[in-house]
Design a protein around this ligand. Structure first.
Ligand code: CP
Ligand code: NVA
Length: 308
């Protein structure tokens, strides 16, 4: 029977905090949890959820994952805790980590997440920052593996904003040796430090391509992925971005240029008719709701390793 493994890094702040072997092990565990072949009970463990931004999937999938592992969660947000009053992260982290066994944090700055991890005596998980969304990427690659088995055969094309989701796909692609193409308007490219780290991680540097032409980026691709054009915290840029991202909608024309068996992914929540048409969102190529379900299994697997 497959067992959780102890991860070399205490925290999961970035997609590069696991090795390729650890990442693949988590995906295998997740598959086992999904198939109900694995039943692990971690009695009395408590996950603290600190969410400075809204969430449906991440919050609920963490809560259900902990419940299935026999533990519980405490859900904190800025308005009902002293976090909103401005209590320093270093104080909150030292207190909460005396009560909880692990913390999952959704916040704006990656440096704030790192500050939590620095002062917490228990592991910290990135539940989304402006820079990365590594738990999402675990579920994304689990969904891709369900379809294609061998990552080496996969071309993953992300069309849209070079944001947190794109950054994590790039880093995981580098870790796993997946060809990743990012198509985004000029000025909206992924974070340059993330791209640098990805090139340092890739064994074959030709596998990462960043372009402003979605039409060439989708040619022969196996996975087409998109996310909102304006992320949480960027609401004031919405009108401007909708103009700049014209031509970056995943529609039937773009899909027709991809591989015949290509699948469509979206981390959700989506704005239909902006980054993706309703037709493609609802098409039989879409694996969007399997991807959302896999958040649960992937996080259950991650927690089982972190809390063992
Ligand atoms: N994909 C994702 O993280 O969704 P939520 O914002 O609903 O958690
Ligand atoms: N890029 C999006 C992802 C939401 C899950 C955001 O940060 O709002």
């Amino acid at each position: 029977m497959l067992n959780p493994i102890k991860l070399a890094n205490t925290n999961f702040l970035s997609s590069l905090d696991t090795s390729c072997v650890e990442f693949l092990h988590i995906l295998e565990l997740a598959k086992n949890f999904k198939n109900k072949e694995l039943n692990i009970k971690l009695k009395e463990k408590v996950l603290g959820l600190i969410f400075d931004k809204s969430s449906t999937r991440t919050r609920v999938s963490f809560q259900v994952a902990m419940s299935r592992l026999g533990g519980t969660t405490i859900d904190l947000n800025p308005t009902t805790s002293q976090i909103g009053r401005g209590e320093p992260i270093r104080d909150t982290a030292r207190v909460l980590s005396r009560y909880c066994d692990v913390l999952a944090i959704r916040t704006f700055k990656q440096t704030d997440l790192e500050e939590y991890a620095k002062w917490s005596s228990k592991p910290v998980i990135n539940a989304l920052t402006d820079l990365e969304h590594p738990c999402q990427a675990l579920a994304d690659f689990m969904t891709i593996k369900e379809e294609f088995i061998d990552f080496k055969d996969v071309v993953l094309t992300f069309i849209g904003d070079g944001n947190n989701v794109a950054n994590s796909l790039i880093l995981c692609g580098a870790l796993l040796g997946v060809e990743v193409r990012i198509a985004c308007p000029k000025g909206y490219e992924p974070n340059p430090l993330v791209v640098k780290k990805a090139y340092e991680t890739y064994k074959n540097k030709n596998l990462l391509k960043i372009t402003s032409d979605p039409n060439t980026a989708v040619l022969g691709a196996n996975v087409l992925y998109t996310d909102v054009w304006s992320s949480m915290g960027e609401e004031n840029q919405k009108d401007e971005k909708e103009k700049v991202f014209n031509g970056f909608t995943i529609d039937s024309d773009l899909v027709s240029k991809a591989d015949n068996d290509a699948i469509i992914l979206h981390c959700l929540p989506a704005y239909r008719s902006k980054e993706i048409t309703d037709e493609i969102f609802e098409s039989n190529k879409s694996r969007i709701f399997d991807q959302a379900e896999n958040r649960l299994h992937a996080q259950q697997a991650l927690l089982s390793c972190i809390l063992q």
